[in-house]
Design a protein around this ligand. Structure first.
Ligand SMILES: Cc1cc2nc3c(=O)[nH]c(=O)nc-3n(C[C@H](O)[C@H](O)[C@H](O)COP(=O)(O)OP(=O)(O)OC[C@H]3O[C@@H](n4cnc5c(N)ncnc54)[C@H](O)[C@@H]3O)c2cc1C
Length: 377
């Protein structure tokens, strides 16, 4: 059994398989602990999935927790709420190393600096840098957006039209102009996306993401946002960018005995941009599908088994894709923001959604009622 990629999806899949007694080899191009460009927001959904899989508490990897959020329209604050469910903030260097260490302790053989170059689907073989080809009964591709596993099973690259670009910087607290203790979400600074400021223990993470095709000048907007946040000065820290499969999921995440999970399957939520929870969730589902296929002696049935649980995630994403028209569309976004500014409940229910305490259908129905009350009654 080969898992390619040791991020949240790969570490989760490998852990579940090893715990069930499978012999698992995990290949990663990097050496851990390694950085990964990410806001590091962990929702209660992520917490639930983590707890359902892993045995050690996640506290050593958590840097900050907050019971609220502040929302902005441009640079103007429009809403601030307290919330029952905390959101957590991590550094991906710590979080991913924490997950991978548990996978290794469960028996997964981790080979670092081992980049997968090609996956040959017909004989389930991986060509990886620094060693001979490896053959296995099952492969899970968890290597992010640029997935050789997806290529190997003949899937096209994720559509550029639906990819977002994310830009981000970590600013040490002592270089920042104030000391935030709640996540801040900024609408209307990026098209079909948003900007954020997330509090961590020693730094604040500031980022901006939006659909590539709608944001010709994301870098310029991000520079202005950064200097605006910091009293007109640009902090002297390097920022980086990375593609995000923003609501760009794959309908068929693999082929027969070769599966895809996390970003490789395109599983980033289309409204919030949350990906870690869905990476862990899909990694777990892929592992469970493989265990069932192996137990039935039908390796080729892994994909059809995986699709049963995978479709629970994609059903959510389909609803979120509809909702994002209300949140990001030029005509409707001002209405959404007006309602958000006037109603604390719209904001707290949004955080309920992020915490997986309510579903998209319920949130959409709730929003529709609020809109009717505000504008028609
Ligand atoms: C700017 C930005 C901000 C974000 N903020 C958040 C956030 O706050 N909260 C949230 O939930 N999500 C966020 N996301 C999304 C989140 O980062 C991803 O959805 C998540 O990392 C996906 O996990 P993964 O395990 O699928 O892939 P990754 O975390 O990308 O892990 C892939 C692993 O595969 C390895 N790899 C890559 N190619 C190969 C190869 N060929 N061979 C072997 N190994 C390989 C890499 O070294 C890496 O370790 C953000 C993304 C971006 C870009």
């Amino acid at each position: 059994m080969i898992v390619i990629g040791g991020g949240p999806s790969g570490a989760t899949a490998a852990f579940v398989l090893a715990k069930a007694g499978m012999s698992v080899l995990l290949l990663d191009a990097a050496v851990f602990p390694r950085d990964k460009l990410c806001g590091g927001l962990l929702s209660r959904r992520a917490e639930k999935t983590y707890k359902a899989v892993f045995e050690k508490p996640w506290d050593p990897a958590i840097e900050f927790a907050s019971h609220g959020a502040v929302f902005f329209d441009g640079h103007s604050k429009i809403q601030s709420v307290e919330h029952v469910w905390p959101t957590y903030f991590t550094s991906r260097t710590k979080f991913d190393a924490h997950l991978l260490a548990q996978a290794a302790a469960a028996g997964v053989v981790v080979q670092e600096q081992r980049r997968a170059l090609h996956v040959y689907a017909p004989d389930s073989r991986v060509q990886a840098a620094g060693g001979p080809d490896i053959q296995a009964d099952f492969i899970i591709g968890c290597e992010g957006v640029n997935s050789p596993t997806a290529r190997g099973v003949g899937l096209p690259p994720l559509s550029r039209r639906r990819l977002a670009a994310g830009l981000e910087v970590h600013i040490p607290r002592d270089l920042f102009s104030r000391q935030p203790d709640k996540p801040e979400i900024y609408f209307r600074l990026a098209e079909w996306g948003y900007a954020w400021l997330f509090p961590k223990r020693d730094c604040v993470t500031v980022g901006m993401a939006g659909l590539v095709q709608k944001n010709r000048n994301l870098k310029g907007n991000f520079t202005r946002f950064l200097s605006g946040l910091n009293g007109g000065r640009l902090p002297e820290v390097r920022w980086k960018g990375h593609p995000i499969p923003f609501g760009n999921y794959r309908a068929r995440p693999g082929k027969a005995n070769i599966l895809l999970a996390g970003d490789a399957a395109g599983l980033v939520e289309p409204v919030t941009g949350e990906g870690i929870a869905f990476a862990m969730e899909s990694g777990r589902y892929a592992a469970q599908a493989i265990l069932a296929a192996a137990a039935a002696g039908r390796p080729d049935s892994a994909l059809s088994r995986y699709l049963e649980s995978y479709s629970r995630i994609t059903a959510l994403f389909r609803q979120a894709r509809i909702m994002r028209h209300l949140v990001f569309q030029r005509l409707t976004q001002p209405i959404f923001l007006r309602v958000l500014a006037r109603s604390q409940t719209v904001a707290t229910r949004y955080l309920d959604l992020l915490a997986a305490e309510i579903g998209y259908g319920e949130y959409a129905r709730f929003l529709a009622k609020v809109l009717i009350r505000r504008f028609l009654v």
